[in-house]
Design a protein around this ligand. Structure first.
Ligand code: NAD
Length: 492
């Protein structure tokens, strides 16, 4: 039984104070691409503010600003760059509640999730403030003894950063942090669903001391041509993209024209394996996080629950109890545990995936249909006996739907888990550590949660294999994505 909040009135939110012009070269300016773009509150389906629409010329102005700022910024002492990032971290934490409310308004996620996101996002500034002063090279001797091998990491240059709506703060800081730490300047193009968080970050970075032009932010209703114009500008040397695999494939082709360095964080289809020797309570706790964080709108969300057959019935019943007890409502309502989806298209996709699974034989244990109330609400849903040919086994659900199927043996579990073009993350629950490590090694995924439903950490390398992406964000790897390796053969 899903609990709904009452249809509460929207709390007063000072939309007039939001900055929604383009942020280029350290100044606000209107867009020349057309009328301002409405930003909708998913909790009601109504627009609450609008942002500027950048033209291709605006985007190229942003590249100019980033290019002009590059020489001084890349020559700025690492300690100074570090301290600016550190200050930006502190400002984010000071303004956590305001930023969280903003995220909740434009994205819809429940406030506790939004507060969690702000903390996680700020940590990327702190982590990369620490990495900025640890970008060490190598010194070796050529095996033949003729020369020294000197290796250093230089900033790659002007970077185009494209981010999705599901983590509007964290996906931006995960790119801006390492770019600035490495000595690069950037143009950020956030999703138009959640632009205000990106503009708020631009203000914070400026206040923290990031010089004009080091970080530019543009919103546009014409993402394809606008990003393409930047990727074909010879002053741009890097694309860092987070979003769907479909758009990622397209951007890789665009980036090929200038042989741009690409970091791609793409879609997922995470398997969540539970063996019958697992601690079921721990597996349920992990499932609630892996499935319900952000209402399921996470690239790391558990997409396919694969449960060993002897415990599947018990697991499904208890998961449905836990998910059914979550209160659904506007993200900014303090009672809410599961907010609305981001837009109407998200609801249609989730609905059609559930319908398809049911048509092919899956059984609905909880939820199953969009809620009949204003806004974009899909209730927590559990379906079981999901057959192998159901689309939900192949596609990212991106919503609060747990699709459960069963397996008999370890080999079958691994084969089912790997039967996807994606490879971002997998979850494994077992009481046998050697089995856990053995299975983790055989899973085709960039990340594995072993007896854990949450793996994201700024200090760990985040990223996928197969069609889930290229490169890693966070950890020391993240800063290297914004560097070129220079080898100097030297004799002395
Ligand atoms: P999306 O691919 O539709 O959009 C992502 C960004 O790309 C947005 O800024 C959008 O405006 C822009 N975009 C869209 N079409 C474009 C084009 N033709 N050219 C240039 N830019 C374009 O993705 P979304 O719906 O915003 O986000 C959800 C997706 O992001 C999911 O697939 C999710 O798995 C993925 N994601 C991945 C990670 C990760 O780290 N791997 C993290 C978060 C989200």
């Amino acid at each position: 039984m899903t609990v709904e909040t009452k249809q509460t009135a929207r709390p007063s939110f000072d939309a007039a104070s939001l900055r929604g012009d383009l942020w280029i070269g350290g100044a606000w300016r209107p867009g020349r691409g057309g009328d301002p773009i409405d930003v909708v509150d998913p909790s009601t389906g109504e627009a609450f503010a609008a942002v500027a629409d950048a033209s291709e010329a605006d985007a190229l102005d942003a590249v100019t600003a980033a290019h002009d700022a590059l020489p001084a910024w890349s020559a700025t002492a690492p300690r100074k760059r570090s301290e600016i990032l550190r200050r930006a971290f502190e400002l984010m934490i000071e303004r956590r509640d305001h930023l969280a409310e903003l995220i909740s308004f434009e994205n819809g996620k429940a406030l506790p999730d939004a507060i969690g996101e702000v903390t996680y996002a700020a940590e990327f500034f702190r982590w990369f403030s620490e990495e900025a002063v640890r970008l060490n090279g190598e010194l070796g001797v050529a095996p033949g003894g003729a020369n020294r091998i000197l290796v250093q990491h230089q900033p790659i240059g002007v970077s185009v950063l494209v981010t999705p709506w599901n983590f509007p703060a964290a996906m931006a800081t995960r790119k801006i942090g390492p770019a600035l730490a490495a000595g690069c300047t950037c143009v950020l193009k956030p999703a138009t669903e959640t632009p205000f968080t990106a503009y708020a970050l631009a203000e914070i970075l400026a206040e923290a001391g990031a010089p004009a032009g080091t970080v530019n932010v543009i919103t546009t209703s014409k993402a394809g041509p606008t990003v393409s114009a930047m990727l074909h500008d010879p002053r741009v040397r890097k694309l860092s993209f987070t979003g769907s695999t479909e758009v990622g494939r397209r951007l890789l082709k665009e980036a090929a024209d200038q042989v741009l360095s690409c970091s791609m964080e793409l879609g997922g289809n995470a398997p969540f394996l539970v063996f019958d020797d697992a601690d079921i309570d721990a597996a349920l706790d992990g499932a609630m996080i892996a499935k319900m964080r952000n209402g399921g709108e996470a690239c790391t969300a558990a997409n396919r629950f694969l449960i060993q057959s002897g415990i599947a019935e018990d697991f499904a019943r208890r998961l449905a109890e836990r998910m059914g007890a979550l209160t659904v409502g506007p993200g900014y309502d303090p009672e809410t545990k599961c907010g609305p989806m981001v837009n109407a298209a998200a609801i249609e996709k989730i609905d059609s995936l559930v319908e398809d699974a049911v048509r092919r034989g899956a059984r609905v244990r909880l939820g199953g249909k969009p809620l009949d109330r204003p806004g974009y609400y899909f209730p927590p849903t559990v379906i079981e006996g999901v057959p192998g040919d159901a689309e939900i086994r192949r596609e990212e659900i991106f919503g609060p739907v747990a699709a459960i199927a069963t397996f008999e043996s370890e080999d079958e579990a691994i084969a089912l888990a790997n039967d996807t073009e994606f490879g971002l993350i997998a979850y494994v629950y077992t009481g046998d550590l050697s089995r856990g490590l053995r299975v983790s090694e055989r899973l085709e995924a960039g990340m594995v949660g072993l007896n854990r439903g949450l793996v994201s950490d700024p200090a760990a390398p985040f990223g996928g294999v197969k069609q889930s992406g290229l490169g890693r964000e966070g950890a020391h790897h993240g800063i290297l994505e914004f560097c070129e390796t220079k080898y100097i053969a030297a004799s002395w």
